[in-house]
Design a protein around this ligand. Structure first.
Ligand code: PBG
Length: 337
């Protein structure tokens, strides 16, 4: 499709840009607070807030504080939070058993948020890295990351999260067959309404660095994640992974990181037409926020522009650390122009 248009001066493109009112009418894509999922970091203790140096403006919060923060976020219109735990070192083991402990930080945070704001959607993360002494998303034996044994553990982790009350489960581990296995276990356990938002196209990216500081995985991780996360040079493979995950029972799919992979978002949306999310990851946040705090960029402007890019690329929603800041900016407004 290419629009037919008259030559100048019958067509003057600047007519459609002449005022805020006209620009609003001519705007093609829209970004709303309701498009956002807010990732939060949870730590032990009570009334604790620990700032994360490599993510200025973001802190780990204790369970009580995270429930308060989620409630405020929901009042601002943010529909969902995504929980990431900072597991104490002594609970990180080779067998990762803390991952399916009903009393682990993630499950306690889910219950606390649900107790305060039951209408808010709680998303949780499936992967072993917060619980693994080796820092990897799967079990490590002789330097190899095991697939099938890891999937067994991920299934137990998913069931424990569903039992705690998670609405959306996000497998971020990139093991093969996990969506089918988790879906089967959720159905068998009566968790028929729990949604799977699969990190289908998750790349082995350098942009996760600050997140690994936030969850305490930086020191533990030996080597990289290239044997399970995607090669940043590939896009056809992303489509095959999305197709596979949909066939296995994913309700929604994700591309991660976000801004460097907008082409992948567009291809996924065009090819499958399913609910498609991007994760604007910690390194993307840190780049923008670092420059803003140095006075080099206008914070609100680049935040909105960076989020709008995902809508333009076909995404239905975005996981972003900017969610509360964007929600505050939007207070009393229905759209950004
Ligand atoms: C862990 C996980 C990671 C992120 C989300 N889940 C890090 C990784 O794969 O090493 C990254 C999020 C971010 O950088 O904001 N499975």
């Amino acid at each position: 499709m290419f629009p037919v248009q008259a030559p100048f001066p019958q067509t003057r493109f600047r007519r459609a840009r002449q005022s805020g009112a006209i620009r609003a009418l001519a705007q093609e894509n829209h970004l709303a607070v309701g498009d956002l999922i807010w990732p939060v970091f949870v730590c032990e203790g009570e009334n604790v807030e620990q700032p994360i140096a490599s993510m200025p403006g973001v802190s780990r919060l204790s369970v009580d504080r995270v429930a308060q923060a989620a409630s405020k976020a929901f009042d601002l219109g943010i529909p969902a939070v995504c929980i990431f735990p900072y597991t104490p070192l002594e609970k990180r083991t080779k067998d990762c058993a803390e991952a399916w402990n009903p009393e682990n930080l993630s499950n306690r945070a889910t219950r606390a948020i649900k107790a305060v704001v039951p209408e808010m959607a709680v998303m949780t993360d499936i992967a072993l890295d917060p619980y693994n002494i080796d820092g990897h998303d799967g079990f490590v034996v002789d330097g190899q990351i095991l697939n099938d044994e890891t999937v067994e553990a991920l299934v137990k982790q998913a069931v424990s999260q569903a039992e705690a009350g998670a609405d959306i489960i996000g497998p971020s581990d990139m093991m093969d067959s996990r969506i089918a296995r988790i879906r089967g276990a959720l159905e068998a356990g009566g968790h028929t309404n729990v949604m799977l938002l699969s990190y289908s196209a998750k790349y082995a990216s350098g942009f996760y660095g600050p997140f690994r500081d936030a969850t305490g995985a930086t020191g533990a991780l030996k080597g990289d994640k290239a044997t399970y996360q995607m090669n940043p040079a590939n896009t056809d493979e992303a489509l095959r992974l999305v197709a596979r995950d949909l066939q296995e029972g994913a309700d929604m799919v994700m591309v991660k990181p976000g801004m460097p992979y907008l082409d992948v978002c567009r291809r996924v949306k065009d090819t499958f037409g399913v609910p498609t999310f991007a994760y604007q990851v910690s390194g993307e946040y840190a780049m923008i926020e670092g420059a803003v705090r140095n006075g080099w960029l206008d914070g609100d402007k680049v935040m909105v522009e960076s989020l709008m890019a995902f809508k333009r690329a076909g995404c239905d929603g975005v996981l972003t650390y900017f969610a509360p800041r964007f929600a505050k900016l939007m207070q009393g407004k229905s759209a950004v122009v």
